[in-house]
Design a binder for this molecule. Structure first.
Ligand SMILES: [Zn+2]
Length: 598
């Protein structure tokens, strides 16, 4: 019997525009261009002299620009992601990208002049009529001392294009044009990096080992290319920090993420002091996988029979809605709304972007989710995660103007509702699970996901080690970098994991290390994970009383700092012992797992 074809779940973008070819799209582009020209003509060179009232109007104009751009860019970006091979979607994306670049150039004066105004007249941020933007201005003012002159800034952009960005591009192109020999369940195959990397998570252990060895061999053979690229990027960053007068290589990232150095030091120290806790899980996982010790290639391996638990899309939908409703009926509104308005594109198909993401649409008061749903437990979690982002957007778009919504949401808090949503789902799934086997799969998937975020701690230490080494005058060739990598890694994993020799070069394949002018990418992931675990502990302790405060927290967007956001629910992230509260939640899951693994 031929199985019935599944109904394709495709999103409905017509709330933004009827279609990519509709004349209203071009009209919106023309109108936005006209608005931008008006803003530029009215404010260029004049921002530094604006009164509080005039500044409020100016920001209002800028927010109008952002809102209209948001609709166009979201529509073009999503149309393309859903059907990347259609000429219509390609050309619209191209047109909108070009328009955006032009408009951003036209408004480049805005950031510079606004920076000088709020830095030069700090009192203006405290004027009552501007109170909505107080924190936005405070963040802005922190950036001003690090700005260069306009000529220097232009020179940096020009030089970076073929300088430091070229090292990043070379590394990416080089890695993605190598071929990798992998034995997949005993059968020899030659595959791309993307495929080889995917095979390192294969359920079959010998395939994982073969893929890991093959990647390591290529990275080692071309080691000097990778070390040259990373050495240049790190050295360049130290020169940039010097020119821009940053106290440390991390300061720019702290300003961007709206967090304090001491808070991050406390976080990292807590993780490292509790490395034994994560190692305890890894030893248990070795037992589950029937191994004397876990290999590096086993850390995120699926546990046996995990793939037997299947969820079709409708079952996943019902489960997620129920999980969110159990927390609070009204809290599930955003999730129900996303399904009801067809704001999710979940069916995998050719020409559609891979992976998963949530994209904001401010005027729609939430956004859209792209997913490639494959009926696995992993997918139910993935969807619950993205719906958490939708919930966060649902609240901050209603609570804030666009500038205080997603516009500059700190990465430290951007994952709050998404990871919280995963925990709500876990709670429901565990209460329903029929067998220890099912429970094991659920808890392992939770601890693997948390571990992936938390283990970013050693990537963070590795990066820091590189700057320290350069400052000491050490020359970072390939072998030296491998030594630093192994050092950072073993501090985190101890003797709980055994590593193949080829993995000494794993750092070379981590794209985050090669992002020019955007350094220390990793710690916000650790922050979010442990922060949300602490939130969940608070919820378990307070029950329903926690709900309205949590909604208030999500509604705050980025109108206040992550420290203030914590305070809404009575958490003090600046307390050196704060992070231990989050680890208690991790330990709780671990203890539950220990009860069933004998
Ligand atoms: Zn996320």
């Amino acid at each position: 019997m031929v199985p019935l074809a599944k109904k394709e779940i495709v999103w409905d973008l017509s709330e933004m525009f009827p279609s990519t070819a509709d004349p209203s799209v071009q009209k919106a582009i023309d109108d936005l261009t006209e608005l931008t020209e008006k803003i530029a003509a009215r404010y260029r060179g004049k921002i530094k002299d604006l009164s509080a009232q005039e500044l409020l109007e100016c920001i209002g104009g800028f927010e109008e620009y952002l809102t209209r751009l948001d609709r166009l860019a979201t529509f073009a970006g999503l149309s393309f992601s859903a059907n990347m091979t259609l000429p219509d979607t390609q050309s619209l994306r191209d047109r909108v990208n070009k328009m955006r670049a032009e408009l951003e150039k036209m408004l480049a004066f805005f950031n510079i002049e606004l920076g000088y105004l709020v830095y030069g007249k700090p009192g203006i941020a405290h004027e009552a009529i501007l109170r909505n933007y107080r924190h936005f201005f405070e963040r802005f003012a922190k950036k001003v001392p690090h700005q260069l002159s306009e000529v220097e800034e232009k020179l940096v952009i020009e030089k970076d294009q073929f300088g430091i960005n070229a090292w990043r591009d070379l590394r990416r192109v080089w890695l993605n044009t190598r071929m990798f020999e992998v034995e997949v369940k005993g059968e020899k195959r030659t595959v791309s990096f993307g495929e080889a990397n995917g095979l390192t998570y294969n359920p079959d252990r010998s395939t994982r080992i073969s893929a890991t060895e093959s990647i390591g061999d290529v990275l080692t053979k071309d080691g000097e290319i990778f070390s040259s690229a990373l050495r240049s990027i790190c050295n360049d960053w130290l020169s940039v920090c010097d020119r821009r007068k940053y106290d440390s290589p991390m300061e720019a990232s702290l300003i961007d993420n709206d967090v304090e150095q001491q808070t991050i030091n406390n976080l990292l120290d807590t993780i490292e002091n509790n490395a034994g806790l994560f190692q305890r899980y890894l030893r248990l996982k070795a037992k589950i996988l029937n191994l004397p010790k876990l290999g590096g290639h086993d850390i995120y391996a699926p546990i046996p029979d995990a793939s037997d638990i299947k969820f079709d899309y409708n079952k996943a939908k019902a489960l997620i809605i129920e999980a969110y409703e159990r927390f609070d009926e009204d809290y599930a509104s955003a999730v129900r709304d996303m399904f009801f308005r067809n704001h999710i594109d979940s069916t995998p198909r050719s020409g559609k972007a891979d992976g998963a993401f949530f994209s904001d649409w401010y005027e729609g008061k939430s956004g859209y989710i792209l997913y490639n749903f494959n009926d696995a437990l992993f997918d139910v979690y993935g969807l619950a995660h993205e719906l958490g982002h939708a919930t966060h957007a649902y609240y901050y778009s209603r609570g804030q103007t666009i500038l205080n919504g997603s516009f500059s949401l700190s990465m430290a808090v951007a994952e709050t509702a998404s990871i919280f949503g995963e925990l709500l789902l876990t709670d429901l799934l565990l209460s329903r699970s029929q067998s220890d086997q099912e429970k094991k799969s659920i808890i392992c998937s939770v601890l693997d996901a948390a571990g992936l975020n938390i283990s970013a701690a050693y990537c963070f230490r590795f990066e820091q080690t590189l700057y320290d080494a350069i400052k000491r005058g050490e020359y970072l060739d390939f072998k030296t970098m491998c030594r630093h990598w192994i050092g950072a890694r073993s501090k985190f994993f101890g003797d709980a994991v055994e590593w193949l020799e080829e993995t000494q070069a794993d750092w070379a394949s981590v794209p985050h290390f090669y992002m020019p002018n955007f350094r220390f990418y990793n710690y916000p992931y650790i922050y979010s994970q442990v922060f949300v675990y602490a939130l969940y502990q608070k919820y378990l302790e307070e029950g329903k009383e926690f709900v309205p405060r949590f909604k208030k927290l999500l509604s705050a967007g980025c109108s206040i700092s992550p420290v203030e956001i914590g305070k809404i629910v009575g958490l003090d992230v600046t307390d050196p012992h704060f992070w231990e509260l989050g680890l208690k939640q991790y330990e709780h899951f671990l203890e539950e797992l220990e009860k069933i693994v004998v």
